[in-house]
Write a protein that binds this ligand. Sequence first.
Ligand code: ADP
Ligand code: MG
Length: 239
Amino acid sequence: TEQMLQKSEKLALLGQMAAGIAHEIRNPLTSIKGFIQLLKSNHPDEEYYTIMLSELDRINAIVSEFLVLAKPNAVVFEERDVKVLIKDVVTLINSQSILNNVQIFSEFDRDLPKVFCAEGQLKQVFLNIFKNAIEAMPRGGNIDVKVELKGDFEISIQIIDQGIGISRERISTLGEPFYTTKEKGTGLGLMTCYRIIESHNGTLSFLSKENEGTTVEIILPAVINKESHSRDMADTLGI
Ligand code: ADP
Ligand code: MG
């Protein structure tokens, strides 16, 4: 375990460095983009400017994914309702899903306990996974979200798509930085997801069948409400 601790400390440091560098890259990037847009407006027929702008967008996408990991020390953990977080993210992704002919259905257990989490980070995880699900269904389809209590102490969140799926050999590659099969992908979304879920003491796993779809499951520890717990206990004992 000592070695594992060292490894995660190193990873944390690496994440902080990456986030710092990402932040520094952003400002000059914005100014370059501005100048290229200016040049483009003077030479509307020049296609190189369009290519440059789309390449800059790509750098920006990569940098933005790293920035999610920025300032890990400043992240605040609070008790939150997963249902509310998921509904927020579904609203956020609504236009993208309509545009891609994707419908999202959700099913929540009643009386779900809360999770102790960094709200913004968890939302980022859900967003990345929804995006991947939409991108896996080029001709549209359904996404089913199921949130249920698992045992007494855990919450299971399943996001199920009907997309192209992932082959058995590639499943172990998921989460490796820069692994992508998409023309405009960054291959950083799942790496970020793994890091965030790990920092919440949860797990992230994939079940997939090619040409049928993928189920992404996130398991998070539930907040056990000590008061209601001891109240139940007292009721049971008749005190
Ligand atoms: P990106 O989306 O930029 O490619 P990610 O880290 O989000 O990067 O995903 C890495 C790769 O994992 C994707 O390129 C894709 O091949 C695969 N993948 C992730 N989610 C799914 C999914 N729901 N269905 C099929 N493949 C997926
Ligand atoms: Mg992605």
